[in-house]
Design a binder for this molecule. Structure first.
Ligand code: GTP
Ligand code: MG
Length: 676
């Protein structure tokens, strides 16, 4: 593909808090770009993008869905992501492979907690944004208040390029500040047709005032506009669009638009905004990789002629087959090609390439830099692996995963279920890096752990429906961590003859309590010449493996600094097995001596409630051992942020609903681990 073609691609994600309207916006996009001929509604269980039965029944998105659609001679690859915090991994990995995002806000609820989280995630990956303030048709919608909150909370400047247009209190469309036009949508065509007309005279003053603010805001960020502004020139449309594009790509500004996806208003300008302001793969922040042979960093060129570099960002089972979503950063892949998996150091064959449209597909022969496609036939590739050219190996940065905080024991109902269970769990964990499975020897139960109650509920539902495996399920339980409270020394010598061979290993460790969230940190204090370096790697790996199960209740050990003080070497007798056992035993004994304690997950809870229930809400937090960290009292909805131990939050949504006549909502995300 020539670079002219690359400039006509946009890889875009739609991200936001749960229920902001991401899927509804995406369904309109598919409809207006001619990809679907019928508009599916989330609340009817008919959204094309929410194709899993679990999504349709609950009216929420669980798994991110990729689709491609044409607009203004460009090709937009779109990923609709879930807003529920249990599925954050879906957002994280989407942001990792996207070049730009549309952040959707609900005009009534404003900037909700998960929108804030995804905004910061996008900042972390340097992804430019466009903001769409949705649900302008609802009572209590407040466009400017939402923008004010964005200004307070985010580093980049929100610049409204539209203001809402109401008539007799009814939301009809928007006023385009750049083009000085009024946009209204035709209801009969379900918003397919829309009209640019002159701004009604009673709105011209307001429109000019906000246009002036837009130009002033841009002048502060862009020298070219500043010049024209000082000269007092009338700044042409094209200059504003170009300057805004520069400001968005450099992460300084975010254009803001408004609409009501459900009422079919305001969606096409979002597509225009994607083309006008968000980057093509060539303009996206350059992707870095490391050459595994030299350890040196390399910047990748977004070019189909360069050697292949692609990231596997999602693995799924589709009609019993394993499929792998990949983003190609440079080079190209044709079906039938052999590619090199640099993480696994293995060659893999791409049997087929498919372009996805929600859950429908189109076979393609070739995919090039900038594309997001599905590869069929990759047997060993897992989420986060890099596919490349064996002659030019490269490792792209891994995707960050989250550690599970909730577990449930499951037991197969019949021997047939038993035999299906392990295969089913293997497939599910292959798809979902945040799902962990452990077999508990003592109780002979399988324990699955994940990000939250909903996450595990969906896993169990899929076991039954997709894998025909019936299980009895235990209550949800908190996943604790273990750590030590005092510093200890621990030394171990392993010396045994196994068969004809002697095995020697000697390790002396100092274990020191680390700060919270410090993890396991291993520091080598031994003389560099004392021990061949591969034995040191064995010692480190053995410590990390042993830390997966602590002495108190088998939970992972965290927050310990491990100093390797000494490890003696005996020529001819030292062995891998010797150091492995010595390190494991020294670590285990040390933790048991170091006053081990349990750490519990504490969640950051965000409650939105009408002001009249504040007393009840705060009372409910206190009674659960929580601590209120912030209250912002606003009309009509107040927000309370609190930190509450996860073990006290089971069933909280039901309690909160009954306390507030169903009018408060809450969301939570992991905050930190703390002593009980
Ligand atoms: N009044 C009104 N309701 C809307 C609008 N957009 C979406 N909704 C409704 O809001 C609810 C949630 O919409 P979704 O599109 O599923 O929201 P989402 O952001 O995809 O939600 P998750 O994927 O679960 O995070 C649905 O009932 C929609 O019909 C709008 O513009 N106005
Ligand atoms: Mg959705």
């Amino acid at each position: 593909m020539s670079s002219a073609k690359l400039s006509k691609i946009r890889n875009i994600g739609i991200v936001a808090h749960i229920d902001a309207g991401k899927t509804t916006v995406t369904e309109r996009i598919l409809f207006y770009t001619g990809k679907t001929h019928k508009m599916g509604e989330v609340h009817d269980g008919e959204a094309v993008m929410d194709w899993m039965p679990q999504e349709q029944e609950r009216g929420i998105t669980i798994t991110s869905t990729v689709t491609a659609c044409p607009w203004r001679n460009h090709e937009i690859h779109l990923i609709d992501t879930p807003g529920h915090v249990d599925f954050t991994i879906e957002v994280e990995r989407s942001l990792r492979v996207l070049d730009g995002v549309v952040v959707v806000f609900c005009a009534v609820a404003g900037v909700e907690s998960q929108s804030e989280t995804v905004w910061h995630q996008a900042d972390k990956y340097g992804v430019p944004k466009l903001a769409f303030i949705n649900k302008m048709d609802r009572l209590g919608a407040d466009y400017f208040r939402t923008i004010e909150t964005m200004r307070e909370r985010f580093a980049s400047t929100p610049l409204p390029i539209q203001i809402p247009f109401f008539k007799n209190g009814i939301f009809l469309g928007s006023i385009d500040l750049i083009r000085r036009k009024c946009l209204t949508w035709d209801e009969a065509s379900l918003g397919h047709k829309y009209e640019f007309s002159e701004i009604p005279t009673d709105h011209t003053d307001e429109a000019e005032e906000y246009r002036e603010q837009l130009v002033e805001g841009l002048a502060e960020l862009d020298d070219r506009i500043a010049e024209l502004y000082i000269e007092g020139e009338n700044i042409p449309e094209s200059e504003i669009i170009d300057a805004l594009r520069r400001a968005v790509l450099s992460l300084k500004a975010v254009p803001v638009l408004c609409g009501s996806a459900l009422r079919n208003k305001g969606v096409q300008p979002v597509l225009d905004g994607v083309i006008d302001f968000l980057p093509s793969p060539e303009e996206a922040h350059p992707v870095k990789g490391v050459n595994p042979l030299t350890g040196e960093g390399e910047l990748l060129e977004s070019n189909s002629k360069s050697p292949l570099a692609a990231l596997a960002f999602k693995v799924m089972t589709d009609e019993g087959r394993k499929i792998t979503y990949i983003r190609i950063y440079s080079g190209q892949i044709s079906s039938g090609d052999e590619v090199y998996n640099a993480n696994q150091r293995k060659r893999e064959r791409v049997a087929r390439l498919i372009k996805m449209h929600a859950n429908k597909r189109e076979r393609v022969k070739k995919a090039v830099a900038g594309d997001i496609v599905v590869a069929v036939g990759l047997k060993d590739t897992v989420t986060g692996d890099t596919l490349c050219d064996e002659k030019h190996p490269i490792l792209l940065e891994k995707i960050k995963f989250y550690e599970p905080v909730i577990s449930r024991a499951i037991e197969p109902k019949t021997p047939d279920d038993q035999s299906r269970l392990s295969l089913a769990l293997e497939k599910l964990t292959g798809e979902d890096p945040t799902l962990k499975v452990k077999f508990d020897d003592e109780t002979a139960q399988t324990v699955i752990s994940g990000m939250g109650e909903l996450h595990l509920e969906i896993v169990i539902d899929r076991l039954v429906r997709e894998f025909n495996t019936n299980v009895n399920v235990g209550k949800p339980r908190v996943v604790y961590r273990e750590t030590i409270e005092t510093e200890v020394d621990s030394e171990e010598i392993f010396d045994k003859k196994l068969g004809e061979k002697k095995h020697h290993g000697h390790v002396a460790l100092k274990l020191i309590p680390n700060t919270r969230s410090g993890g396991i940190q291993i520091i080598n204090d031994t003389d560099p010449d004392a021990l061949p370096s591969h034995y040191l790697q064995i010692i480190e790996q053995s410590i990390r493996d042993t830390a997966l199960s602590g002495p108190l209740a088998g939970y992972p050990v965290v927050d310990v600094i491990v100093r390797i003080k000494n490890a003696s070497y005996l020529e001819g007798e030292s062995s891998e097995l010797g150091y492995q056992v010595a390190a494991s035993t020294a670590f285990q004994n040390g933790i048991a001596k170091g006053k081990p304690v349990l750490l519990e997950p504490v969640m950051l809870v965000d409650i939105l409630s009408p002001g009249e229930f504040m007393g009840e809400v705060i009372g409910s937090i206190n009674s659960r051992g929580g601590e209120v960290v912030n209250i912002s009292q606003e009309i009509p909805i107040s927000e309370i942020k609190a930190k509450v131990p996860l073990k006290h939050l089971f069933g909280y949504s039901t309690d909160l609903r009954s306390l507030t006549q169903g009018r408060a909502t809450f969301s939570m995300r992991f905050s930190h681990y703390d002593k009980q």
